[in-house]
Ligand binder design. Structure first.
Ligand code: ADP
Ligand code: MG
Length: 382
């Protein structure tokens, strides 16, 4: 038995029916473009959240996590986002969102659920989507719903938006559901069409470093919501439904209609969309060494135009590039979290050491630096 199955039996006194897992994600490029109906290019990472789940013969959901002390219980007959808070909202929210999507849960059985995870929380690696997607896949299988990966991603997003209250797009859940080994997921957030894009990291002897700043971010209440509001305001003033409709060529016109700050917010989204398309093209035509400049330009745009980076992230990226990284940029919603660097495998240790000492010299918080490998999305493990 796996260790989570043992822990489940200790907690609930019976064996789980199965174990499911879903990964965290790193966004290679395309930040704050998802809720603007643009493009993103994330990949699933080799750090996962597990859900051991056992069926019950009533309509009760019992939830535990190795991350929290208290057990949470809820009835499948009385799920509402208003009654959800804390970490259990991510799990209960998924069940509620299935009902909202018109799925009939009137015959669904109650479940005992134990969560364990190796995705660091609040590091910008989307432990939230990993949790939603692991339980979403488990619910779908155990309740015989047969939902496809994209439907489960959408359900996870509704849970995050409505039960948790974070106005995030589909990026995180799409990556966690659709990830494949050595591939990124190219997602058009307008049509919600997704396709895998080969990264060819191994052939090129490249690795991806994650540099966790340990500066905490708070999506539901922090600057994320303010940026969301800026984008809405920009779109409204420009008379478009979403910023997806604004092209790089249209930016000169936009400048005349917007206040200076809103213009910079809009310019980030518009140029970032183009950078995602250029990255996909560069990966197919020339391979991963050709995407460095696009990553660096994305980092500069997040720092100067969208203003969502912190000094720890900026210095980590600049130092990585100065020491031989192909490219480096913040990943995730911002205001802390993590940055990524595409690095030659042979230089990975030296680059990590250089970043750590540069941050120490500047009197900034010590980062945690580790490699991630593009990995498979949500699955049943046993
Ligand atoms: P992240 O960037 O990691 O997704 P979020 O703030 O979006 O950060 O989500 C983190 C929240 O997700 C945690 O505060 C917690 O409520 C929930 N969460 C993530 N992983 C777990 C876990 N293993 N067990 C319980 N709750 C979790
Ligand atoms: Mg999250």
């Amino acid at each position: 038995m796996t260790s989570i199955a043992v822990a489940f039996e200790d907690a609930y006194g019976h064996a789980p029916t199965g174990v499911w897992s879903a990964p965290g994600r790193v966004n290679l490029i395309g930040e704050h473009t998802d809720y603007n109906h643009g493009y993103v290019l994330p990949f699933a990472i080799d750090r996962r959240t597990w859900a051991a789940v056992g069926t019950r013969d009533d309509r009760t959901l019992r939830l535990r996590s190795t991350f929290a002390d208290a057990e949470v219980t809820a009835s499948l007959d009385a799920l509402s986002p208003e009654g959800m808070d804390g970490w259990s909202a991510y799990v209960l929210g998924v069940a509620w969102a299935m009902g909202e999507a018109g799925i009939d849960l009137s015959h669904a059985t109650g479940l005992d659920i134990l969560i364990d995870s190796e995705v660091p929380v609040g590091a910008g690696l989307s432990s939230s989507a990993a949790l939603e997607c692991a339980v979403g896949q488990a619910f779908s299988d155990l309740w015989g719903l047969d939902l496809d990966a994209l439907s489960l991603a959408r359900i996870g997003r509704v849970a995050e938006n409505r039960a948790v209250g974070a106005p995030t797009g589909l990026l995180d859940q799409a990556a966690s559901m659709l990830g494949r080994e050595d591939h990124a997921v190219f997602l058009d957030c307008d049509t919600e069409q997704a396709r895998p894009v080969a990264l060819h990291l191994r052939e090129e002897s490249l690795q991806i470093l994650v540099m966790n700043s340990h500066v905490d971010h708070e999506h539901a209440t922090g600057g994320y919501g303010a940026r969301f509001a800026s984008c809405e305001r920009g779109a409204r003033t420009l008379g478009v439904t979403t910023l997806r409709e604004v092209t790089p060529e249209g930016l000169d016109d936009a400048r005349a209609q917007l206040d200076e700050e809103t213009f910079r917010r809009v310019r980030h989204v518009v140029t970032e969309n183009q950078r995602v398309l250029d990255t996909v093209a560069a990966l197919s035509a020339k391979g991963p060494r050709a995407i460095g400049e696009l990553m660096n330009a994305s980092q500069a745009s997040m720092r100067d135009d969208f203003e969502i980076t912190v000094p720890e992230i900026d210095l980590a990226c600049d130092t990585a590039v100065a020491h031989g990284a192909v490219g480096a940029r913040m990943t995730g919603g911002g205001f802390g979290g993590s940055a990524i660097a595409v690095v030659p495998a042979s230089a990975a240790d030296d680059i990590a050491a250089a970043v750590t000492s540069a941050l120490a010299l500047a009197g900034l918080r010590e980062p945690t630096i580790f490699t991630v490998v593009p990995s498979q999305g949500a699955r049943r493990d046993s």
